[in-house]
Design a protein around this ligand. Structure first.
Ligand SMILES: C[S@@+](CC[C@H](N)C(=O)[O-])C[C@H]1O[C@@H](n2cnc3c(N)ncnc32)[C@H](O)[C@@H]1O
Ligand code: SF4
Length: 373
């Protein structure tokens, strides 16, 4: 039987309970593992002897390994290619932001206090968005909560991670229990990330949106809306048929009433598809009753996988202006970075030399602004 990740919180808690070992040791084990990547279980001081036996027989300090690390040419972005226990690959991306300068800085590995980590939740994705490389590869497997947390562990060894965004490969709300378990670990000792510094991005899985606030309060919700009307949404996002716009907006209304939190709306700018002035007005009206921040995202080319191209600057500026001036909606334009290492949103499907396919969907965004709002 494959050994489990020690960061798989539900599994390790259940095993400790079964063996009558106090679960208060678990965070101490996590802390030790984070600081000592190559440790043996016996190295961890002051555990009950039954804990060593259990750890040896059922758990690994890390079920995933960092296969390679790529730096963008400006040093702002680092992409980690991670090999999972089942042989599949996922990626996570570190983005660095300098608080003092108020902008991204280009110092390689400077880390600093404000790095943001973009995390994957699945290998592939079944939602099939027509503009996304991950969507084109279909669904392969869910990550366990341990594998999700391990991305943070690997990245923490390179940078001090202050923010986490679930905007990498996969649809996090389609892997709900692992997502919730992972967020609970990330917000507890020893990680202690503020939930306000964690953002879950979703294509709009209605049944999960209605419960996420109860399960992980204060975590940010970002919704990949991408169109102001059902017809266009269906054309570019097949998932819109299962989760129609009207029901999605009702679920968001309920979410906002309960959580009292702003919702972040992601809107990919696709030339001639959803970027006309009439679309900006439709979006403005649709969001009228909500507290939202709209993030306009330039489309990142994904080779021959998609027929789209990004809107020109003039169109983006006009769209932003309409939302801001006519509807008083805070609207930002996402800075995409890391394209030289294929680290930008939904960008790539890479073929490894041995023909295994990996995909990355890391968004490189002014997410720091997002977390300040
Ligand atoms: C890859 S998804 C992962 C999270 C979740 N599945 C979702 O769709 O929100 C993160 C963000 O990247 C966007 N995205 C996907 N492909 C893109 C592309 N080619 N260019 C720009 N953004 C893209 C998605 O629409 C989404 O807003
Ligand atoms: S954009 Fe998100 S939901 Fe759509 S295919 Fe890509 S990862 Fe899946």
């Amino acid at each position: 039987m494959a050994l489990k990740s020690v960061f798989d919180a539900s599994v390790i808690r259940a095993e400790f309970d079964k063996a009558s070992i106090n679960t208060r040791f678990i965070p101490l084990i996590w802390k030790y593992v984070i600081q000592n990547p190559d440790c043996d279980w016996e190295d961890i001081p002051s555990l009950p002897s039954s804990a060593y036996v259990l750890l040896r027989s059922k758990f690994r300090a890390s079920t995933s390994v960092v296969d390679s690390v790529l730096e963008s040419s400006d040093g702002v972005t680092t992409k980690l290619l991670i090999k999972l226990q089942n042989g599949a690959f996922v990626e996570c991306v570190i983005m660095r932001y300098d608080t003092r300068l108020g902008k991204y800085n280009g110092k390689p590995r400077s880390g600093g206090p404000r790095s943001t980590l973009c995390i994957s939740s699945q290998v592939g994705c079944k939602m099939g968005c027509t503009f996304c490389a991950t969507g084109s590869m279909g669904f392969k497997s869910n990550l366990s909560s341990g594998e999700i947390v391990e991305q943070l562990v690997h990245a923490s060894r390179l940078s001090t991670i202050r923010n986490v965004v679930f905007m990498g490969m996969g649809e996090p709300l389609n892997n709900y229990s692992a997502l919730v378990d992972a967020i609970r670990v990330m917000t507890a000792f020893p990680f202690q990330l503020s939930p306000k510094r964690i953002t879950v991005s979703t294509v709009g899985i209605i049944h999960a949106i209605t419960k996420i606030h109860n399960d992980v309060p204060n975590v940010n919700l970002a919704v990949s809306l991408h169109a102001p009307v059902q017809e266009i949404r269906c054309q570019i996002m097949p998932a819109a048929r299962a989760f129609p716009l009207e029901r999605l907006m009702n679920a968001l209304q309920e979410y906002q009433k309960k959580s009292q939190q702003k919702i972040f709306i992601e809107y990919i700018m696709l030339d001639g598809v959803n970027d006309e002035e009439q679309h900006a007005h439709q979006l403005g009206k649709l969001l009228d009753a909500f507290q939202v921040v709209v993030n306009l995202i330039p489309f990142n080319p994904i080779g021959s996988l998609s027929r789209f191209s990004t809107s020109n600057n003039q169109k983006v500026t006009t769209f932003q202006k309409i939302l801001r001036d006519t509807y008083d909606i805070r609207t930002t334009v996402r800075k995409e970075m890391g394209q030289d290492i294929s680290g930008a949103c939904g960008q790539l499907v890479v073929n490894l030399p041995d023909k295994r396919s990996i995909s990355s969907a890391a968004p490189l965004t002014d997410i720091e602004d997002l977390h300040k709002q």
